[in-house]
Design a protein around this ligand. Structure first.
Ligand code: 4GY
Length: 247
């Protein structure tokens, strides 16, 4: 997978994309992440990348020309993939979206700044707008990092061989069960006994119940689209009943 990020602040990406799991994946050649600085593509005298908005109003708008030319350079002669603009008008990024983007050969991510990008650059240079949530950032760079990180997890080999992106929270639509490590007893707060039992079937059942309980309590909206079997529904009913008897 190749990811090319079009930005006027390429330096923002260096530490994030060189650290931890993404850094390791790049070293191992599993993902090729590059930044393309938009500014050198500007044909303006001072390499400007923005100008005043037609019609007036506060702030600046990113020029179409440098974006158009940076995009053409990033695409090369035979581009196969998706060109994505990070902005709050797009569909919200989800696990499902990240999983499907991870199957693309190449992604080009366009980061906007100021009041936004000339609409004509969006019309001609972008396949899809994606949002990371209902809030406004000062630029698309942080959103591009979030998308890169989230998509990379679904590329085979990026997570260690023992970890699977499909065993994590949200892959079956439920929240994660609680995790514990040493010590067993932390100032009297003990690790649940079942996790020390070595009984893997019992541990699996306990974790499922905890996932269901956490989801019902913290994000009940997720239950509507979660993958639930008859046993899950039985547990949810029990949890609901025990919840009523508590109050
Ligand atoms: N939210 N999700 C987001 C964002 C900043 C438009 C230029 C978001 O993805 N990107 O807030 N991006 C953009 C917003 C004007 C700056």
């Amino acid at each position: 997978m190749k990811i090319d990020i079009l930005t006027i602040f390429p330096e923002m990406f260096q530490s994030v994309l060189s650290s931890s799991i993404i850094g390791r994946a790049r070293e191992n050649g599993l993902i090729d992440v590059q930044c393309t600085d938009i500014r050198p593509f500007s044909e303006c005298k001072h390499k400007n990348t923005d100008d005043y908005p037609f019609g007036g109003g506060a702030g600046m708008v990113m020029l179409a020309q440098p974006i158009h030319d940076a995009m053409a350079a990033a695409m090369g002669p035979d581009f196969h993939g998706k060109r994505i603009y990070l902005g709050p008008r797009g569909q919200t990024l989800t696990t499902g979206k990240a999983r499907s983007l991870a199957r693309e050969e190449e992604l080009i991510l366009l980061c906007g700044h100021y009041e936004g990008v000339d609409q004509r650059a969006l019309d001609t240079c972008v396949d899809e707008e994606i949002s990371i949530g209902d809030y406004i950032l000062t630029g698309g760079e942080l959103a591009a990092m979030v998308l890169t990180d989230c998509v990379a997890r679904f590329i085979p080999g990026v997570l260690g061989s023992a970890e699977s992106p499909e065993e994590e929270s949200f892959s079956d639509g439920l929240l994660e069960y609680p995790q514990y490590t040493r010590p067993r007893d932390l100032d009297g707060r003990c690790v649940p006994e079942v996790l020390l039992s070595g009984d893997h079937a019992k541990i699996r059942a306990w974790r499922r119940r905890e996932s269901l309980a956490a989801t019902a309590r913290l994000r009940p909206d997720l239950l509507a689209s979660a993958k639930l079997d008859d046993q899950d529904l039985k547990i949810l009913k029990e949890l609901e009943e025990s919840c009523f008897s508590e109050s």
